[in-house]
Design a protein around this ligand. Structure first.
Ligand SMILES: Nc1ncnc2c1ncn2[C@@H]1O[C@H](COP(=O)(O)OP(=O)(O)OP(=O)(O)O)[C@@H](O)[C@H]1O
Length: 704
């Protein structure tokens, strides 16, 4: 092409340009090219981590493990069979468990085994000589016998060659056997190891002798509902993190299950007693409840650890997975309209224990305290008991509900007093209601011996409101608090101290206990103490007492919101398994509508009760006239007798009176108490004079 020709197309690429072309073009996204080794690595990683590869790997590992595990098991069995290892293991286990009686037993067996083995070995020394002798005698005898048979045959057949016929038949048989062995030997030698391997594999497979992760899903031990077996319990205990327990269980080896009693079915779970090795205390195991539960593939609330009577023993109750979340059936109070109660001999059908057995509580002569966090079913639990007892028409109720949301409204027309509301005014009324119980109690205490008293239940729900009430009366005595002058506290204590014997009983429901809203002396005064879910261990101790909590009671481990209506109960009114200090009860839930129906049935059993809604304390009383009337004809009366008779005359007005009140009323009247024979008395004539003087003053003031 000449220079004056203008090319219409772009010149073809030069050699330099063509070399640039060999460099791979950038990817459309502009990402750097991936190296071959990297791509291969990724592909390999993908292949290795692929689910199918993993499954194949697990399969191969599992079956190899079966063979290895099977070999170990067979070797161990053989070793155990030939040596005293088994006896030694059991001996160590018994020693580690502190069971010295069993240890002695195993030692004796071991000794016997060794003596027998020694004898067998001694016998073995003389065995070759005996075998040779035996073989010689046997051979000679056998040949002789065959020749004898041959002679008989020869005589019978009249053929002398028949003498050796049986001998020759034997020789022929031996030759045949040799031929058979020669034929079979080759394949046998080739197949033998494989058959042995298959045998070992079968043993390993049967015992699942492979790591958990390599086992098929159906045989893995990690499914939550797995049944509880001795080996699961022993492994769970071993892995609790208690060093001496771990060491002892390791020492015991396979014989670890010797620590366990039989695993019994108990309601919706199983129960097993564990005798701990020496050096391990029961509270160490109790302190690790969550870990134990997790080791057993359960939730914490599904495992209960209590201390039975036997020394160094813990009792584990392990729920079937999820069983505790199933509701229990309705209350017999709801299902049986003909149910009746008997205060003295009956038991309130409250619910079920964890074993699924009916839990019934005797209310006879027992003060009660039911505690729990808010909204866990406290009112429902106390109300269920009250409703049952209301079916005994001899029982009188005086009820103060210091929440006042209508939970106790159905007791209108059933209780003789019903106070409902949370204000200080309601607390004042509730306090006076409890004090009226004290007066009634004191009246009963002075009654002639042998008098029977109908049960009087003084029931205060949300009693913490009373203890926290800041109101004070006109004498500056506080209604709340826990001082010696606190009116609610002192009245509650008085009933706790003396009410039981005369059937004046105090039932209290309280929320979220603290030392302030539930004073120690009031907590300790109740015979039946029950607690729903609580926040802390120290609250559990307040609710149920140290003894119950030390014995395994753990309301603080119930799940707020989930275990509504489940109570831990410490009482001699309920059947508690021997050695335990408390029992867990899942109560039947009776809702407000059902409660109203039951209350109506209870009302129908009574003649009609007029319920006082407010205790009227404003009614004017003529103290001087009342004192004159209680003195009667006696020239003088001891002040304490005056007080007692006044309380009997009008419990509401004078029930809480002390000597100070009496003195206050008589001061300035000229009839003040005075000493006679060293004791304070009130004189009849002086009182009469004071009354007359008062009459004169009144008429004088009227005349003016
Ligand atoms: N036995 C039970 N089984 C199942 N659920 C229950 C049971 N008892 C109570 N509940 C549920 O708990 C709720 C609260 O019950 P309740 O009013 O008795 O609690 P509480 O502890 O008295 O509450 P608060 O202290 O706040 O007054 C009920 O509405 C009910 O749903």
């Amino acid at each position: 092409m000449t220079d004056n020709v203008v090319p219409l197309f772009k010149a073809p690429p030069t050699a330099i340009e063509s070399t640039e072309e060999t460099i791979p073009a950038p990817t459309p996204e502009g990402a750097a090219p991936v190296r071959v080794w990297k791509r291969t690595g990724r592909a390999m990683a993908d292949a290795v981590t692929h689910e199918r590869t993993k499954a194949a790997g697990r399969f191969a590992f599992r079956h190899t493990s079966y063979v290895v595990g099977g070999t170990r098991i067979v070797a161990r069995r053989a070793w155990d069979g030939r040596t005293g290892a088994r006896y030694e293991r059991m001996l160590r286990a018994a020693e580690a468990a502190g069971n010295y009686e069993a240890a002695g037993d195993w030692e004796e067996r071991l000794h016997r085994f060794r003596a027998d083995r020694h004898k067998r070995r001694m016998d073995l020394l003389t065995a070759p000589e005996r075998i040779v002798k035996g073989a010689a005698v046997g051979t000679a005898g056998g040949v002789g016998l065959l020749i004898a048979i041959g002679i008989a045959l020869a005589v019978a057949n009249e053929d002398v060659t028949d003498v050796v016929t049986p001998l020759m038949a034997l020789v022929e048989l031996i030759r045949l056997l040799v031929v058979i062995v020669q034929v079979v030997w080759g394949p046998l030698v080739a197949l033998g190891p494989w058959l042995a391997l298959a045998g070992l594999w079968a043993v390993g497979r049967h015992r699942n002798a492979a790591p958990n992760w390599a086992l098929p899903a159906s045989k893995r031990g990690d499914d939550a509902g797995a049944p509880i077996t001795p080996s699961i319990v022993v492994t769970a205990l071993r892995d609790l993190g208690i060093a001496p327990l771990r060491a002892a269980i390791k020492e015991m080896g396979d014989a670890g299950a010797a620590m366990l009693g039989p695993i019994r079915i108990a309601g919706c779970g199983v129960e097993v007693d564990v005798t701990l090795p020496s050096g391990v205390s029961t509270d160490q195991v109790q302190g690790r409840r969550r870990k134990l539960a997790e080791n057993l593939n359960r939730h914490e609330h599904e495992v209960f650890i209590t201390i039975p009577q036997a020394a160094r023993t813990v009792r584990l109750w392990i729920a079937d997975s999820g069983a505790l979340d199933e509701p229990i059936g309705p209350s017999p109070l709801v299902t049986d309209p003909d149910l009746r109660a008997n205060y003295k001999t009956g038991r309130a059908p409250w619910g079920q224990d964890l074993r699924g057995d009916a839990a019934a509580l005797s209310l006879y002569q027992r003060h009660m305290l039911v505690t729990g966090l808010s909204n866990q079913g406290k009112t429902a639990a106390v109300r269920a008991l009250a409703l049952w007892l209301a079916l005994d028409p001899t029982v009188e109720f005086r009820v103060a509900d210091l929440k006042g949301a209508g939970d106790w409204a159905m007791f209108d027309g059933l209780a003789t007093v019903l106070i409902q509301g949370p204000t200080d005014e309601h607390v004042i009324q509730a306090t006076e209601m409890v004090e009226s119980g004290v007066s009634e109690m004191e009246r009963r205490l002075t009654a002639p011996p042998g008098t029977t008293f109908p049960p009087l239940i003084i029931l205060v729900d949300e009693a913490q409101v009373a203890f926290m009430c800041p109101a004070v009366d006109e004498e500056k005595r506080p209604y709340g608090g826990s001082k010696a002058t606190s009116r609610y506290f002192m009245a509650a204590r008085k009933i706790h101290n003396q009410g039981r014997a005369v059937n004046v009983l105090l039932w209290q429901g309280t929320q979220d206990p603290t030392d302030q809203n539930l004073p120690k002396l009031v907590r300790e005064g109740a015979h039946t103490r029950a607690s729903l879910a609580l926040g802390t261990d120290s609250q559990a101790r307040m609710a149920l007492g140290d003894k119950a909590v030390d014995g395994g009671a753990a309301p603080h481990l119930l799940r707020p919101g989930l275990d509504k209506g489940t109570l831990v109960v410490a009482s001699d009114g309920i059947e508690i398994p021997a050695g335990q200090a408390s029992i867990t009860v899942r109560t039947h839930y009776i809702d407000t509508d059902q409660a109203t129906e039951i209350a109506d049935r209870a009302k129908a059993l009574r003649d009609g009760v007029t319920t006082v809604h407010v205790i009227d304390t404003g009614e004017p009383v003529d103290s001087l006239a009342d004192i004159a009337s209680v003195i009667g004809d006696a020239p003088r009366l001891l002040t304490q007798d005056v007080l007692r008779r006044l309380a009997a005359l009008n419990a509401d007005a004078y029930g809480g009176w002390s000597f100070v009140d009496l003195k206050r009323v008589l001061d300035g009247t000229g009839a003040e108490p005075y000493k006679s024979d060293g004791r304070m008395v009130v004189g009849r004539d002086r009182i009469a004079r004071a009354l007359a003087n008062r009459g004169n003053e009144d008429s004088a003031s009227a005349a003016q």
